[in-house]
Ligand binder design. Structure first.
Ligand code: SF4
Length: 312
C-alpha cells in the first residue's frame, strides 16, 4: 500500500506514488474538493507512520516490478492525507535519493511554519505547495483546516520556506466555483503567490469526485480570468485542467495496482480499462472488488470513477 504506479501526472510525467500515511486518511485539512474523501482523522501533530527503511524497500520492490518503459520520472510523496505529518519524512527522502530518481512532495503547506518540516523538505527536488485562498474566510471554507492551524502562520510558513528552499518550488491553486473564483478572491491569492514566488503557479480545477458533492469547477471565463490575473502579475501561470491520460504503470498484480492507486485518488473508467488490459486480467475482477466492498463506483461530470471504500 506504500508505493503505487507510476501514474501519469500532468506536472511530473510518470510519477511513482508514495503513500507515507498509513491506512485511513490523516490530514490537517478537509478540502471540499478532496479526492480522498472527507477527513475523519484531523491532525496538525506530526507522528510516526512507516519506518523510512520500509518505505525505501517498498519503493525498491515496486521499481523492480516495472518494465524499463514504465520507470518513473519522479518518486512522489502524494499521500492518503498530508505527507508532512509524517515525522520521518526527511529521513525517507534522504534514503530515496539513493535511487537517483528525483523526489517530489505534494504538500498542503499548512505545517511549513514548523522549522523541522521545512528542514525535512529541503532535500526534495520538487515541492508543490497548496495556495487556494488569499484570506482566512475563503481558506476556512475551502480547505477547512484543523482547529489549531492559523492562516497567518500558514502564509508565514510558506514565505519562510520559499526563502530557503533551493529545489523547484511550484504552487497549485485549485479553483472552485463560488468559493475562490471572483476577481477579489483571485487578487488576494495573487498577493500570497507573489510573496512566495513559485517557479510555476499551477491553476487546477476539480476533475475527480470531490469530498463535497456540490463542488464544481468555475466557468471557463473565470478560469481564464485567473490565468490572466496570475500572468499580469508576473507569475509563471500554467493551467492543468485537462485529463492526465490513461497511461498508468502496472505490476502484473491488478488487485494491488487498483487498490493502491484508489487509496490516493479515484481511477477513471478509461484508465481502469487500460490498467486491466495491461495487467492481462479478466474485467470480472472489478466486479469482485465492487461486490466485496473494497471499492465503489461513482460519477462526476459525466465520467465514471472507482474510489476506495474506507471504514468510517
Ligand atoms: S486535498 Fe490534500 S490537503 Fe486537502 S484534504 Fe485532501 S489530502 Fe488533505
Amino acid at each position: 500500500m506504500i508505493s503505487f504506479g507510476p501514474v501519469p501526472s500532468r506536472r511530473l510525467g510518470k510519477s511513482l506514488g508514495i503513500n507515507n500515511i498509513s491506512s485511513g486518511k490523516v490530514c490537517s485539512y478537509s478540502c471540499v474538493y478532496c479526492q480522498v474523501g472527507i477527513t475523519h482523522k484531523f491532525s496538525n501533530q506530526r507522528q510516526k507512520f512507516y519506518d523510512p527503511e520500509v518505505i525505501c524497500s517498498e519503493v525498491k520492490k515496486q521499481l523492480a516490478k516495472l518494465s524499463v518503459a514504465d520507470q518513473p520520472d519522479y518518486l512522489t510523496f502524494v499521500a492518503n492525507g498530508e505527507p508532512t505529518l509524517d515525522i520521518n519524512l526527511g529521513r525517507s527522502i534522504e534514503k530515496l535519493k539513493l535511487f537517483n530518481i528525483p523526489v517530489a512532495v505534494i504538500t498542503n503547506a499548512s505545517l511549513l511554519i514548523d522549522p523541522q518540516v521545512r528542514a525535512d523538505l529541503l532535500p526534495a527536488d520538487w515541492v508543490s505547495v497548496k495556495i487556494d485562498a488569499g484570506n482566512e474566510d475563503v481558506w476556512k471554507k475551502l480547505n477547512r483546516p484543523a482547529d489549531k492551524i492559523d492562516f497567518e502562520m500558514y502564509v508565514k510558513g510558506l514565505i519562510t520556506f520559499s526563502n530557503v528552499y533551493k529545489g523547484k518550488l511550484v504552487s497549485e491553486t485549485m479553483l472552485v466555483k463560488g468559493l475562490n473564483d471572483t476577481p477579489e478572491e483571485l487578487n488576494q491569492v495573487v498577493t500570497v503567490l507573489k510573496s512566495v514566488q513559485p517557479s510555476i503557479a499551477y491553476i487546477s480545477v476539480p476533475t475527480r469526485p470531490p469530498a463535497v458533492k456540490s463542488v464544481l469547477p468555475p466557468d471557463e471565463k473565470d478560469i481564464n480570468l485567473a490565468y490572466q490575473l496570475f500572468s499580469e502579475n508576473q507569475l509563471n501561470a500554467e493551467l492543468i485542467i485537462g485529463f492526465e491520460g490513461t497511461d498508468t504503470g502496472f505490476t502484473g498484480n491488478a488487485i494491488e495496482d487498483i487498490l493502491n492507486i484508489c487509496f490516493v485518488h479515484p481511477i477513471r473508467q478509461d484508465t481502469m480499462n487500460e490498467l486491466l488490459k495491461k495487467d492481462q486480467v479478466n474485467p470480472g475482477i472489478l466486479t469482485k472488488l465492487l461486490d466485496d466492498n473494497y471499492i465503489k463506483r461513482t460519477e462526476y461530470k459525466s465520467n465514471v470513477f472507482y474510489i476506495r471504500k474506507f471504514p468510517n
